[in-house]
Ligand binder design. Structure first.
Ligand code: G3P
Ligand code: CA
Length: 257
């Protein structure tokens, strides 16, 4: 079966993660989805960034929650990756939705929603206009906040991120609000996938960066592969790794249409 190809933080091996440049690159490469992370700014807007602070991926310092959007927008979110991306900005979730919904699927990860009161409600409110068919999904490691999100926005597919194994009892009880599981690839086995599929979950694996791992995941029969690369490779090598899989997926999808 074909899998959905999901670009982890955008095409983050080729452009600075979680920026418009990395999302554009993911579209250019032919990914089905982008995955991105959201956090809340001081003025309660959803901003697209992975870490709790801005040090690693911008030229600034400090926690996201102490920055207004106006101040976050002054930061350079591209130069740390390469001078070619100087001036790239931290995007707002609203900017990404406006620009890309309908063009590529979007998987939004709520980062630490339990520590940011209001995040789940603001996200549900932002997405309430989208239909389940618009290929927007939400995922989180946090069970209770994901449950709350599902209650507030039942049309948007919600997925639980897993970095630990899940027993049958939990698989059964989480199905009330989660329709997919994003699972660390080292936790995946055929028996786990069979059990999860009995409950009707889709399974996505993260984070796949090597060619043999794509093949392993395809053999296991996951429905989605969240991928990037463990180190920066020259463009040409990255294309060699990813392109055959994306082309193969397109071919399979045409056959099955
Ligand atoms: O989608 C899975 C993955 O994004 C979870 O890890 O740290 O990259 O957000 P992280
Ligand atoms: Ca993520």
């Amino acid at each position: 079966m074909p899998f959905q190809s999901i670009a982890h933080r955008g095409a983050s091996a080729l452009a600075p993660e979680n920026t418009l440049a990395s999302f554009e690159k993911a579209i250019e490469l032919g990914f089905d989805y982008i995955e991105l992370d959201v956090r809340l700014s001081k003025d309660k807007q959803l901003v697209v960034i992975h870490d709790a602070d801005v040090q690693r991926t911008t030229d600034g310092e400090g926690q996201i929650e102490y920055f207004t959007v106006k101040d976050l927008k002054k930061l350079d979110a591209g130069s740390w990756f390469s001078p070619a991306f100087a001036g790239e900005k931290i995007p707002l979730l609203n900017e990404v939705l406006t620009r890309y919904s309908g063009k590529i699927g979007i998987i939004i990860e709520m980062k630490s929603p339990e520590n940011h009161p209001g995040m789940t409600e603001i996200l549900a409110d932002t997405l309430k206009w989208f239909k389940s068919s618009s290929q927007i999904k939400v995922q989180s490691f946090h069970v209770n906040e994901l449950k709350k999100f599902h209650q507030l926005a039942p049309k948007i597919p919600a997925g639980l991120l897993l970095s630990k194994p899940l027993d049958l009892f939990h698989l059964a009880s989480y199905r009330d609000f989660a329709s997919f599981l994003s699972v660390h690839h080292l936790l995946l086995s055929k028996s786990f996938i069979n059990q999860a599929e009995l409950f009707g979950y889709e399974i996505y694996s993260w984070t796949i960066s090597k060619q043999y791992q794509f093949a392993d995941m395809q053999r296991l029969g996951v429905q989605g592969i969240i991928s990037d690369d463990e180190k920066r490779l020259p463009d040409s090598i990255m294309y060699v790794l990813i392109t055959p899989f994306l082309k193969g997926q397109d071919f399979l999808k045409t056959l099955l249409a």
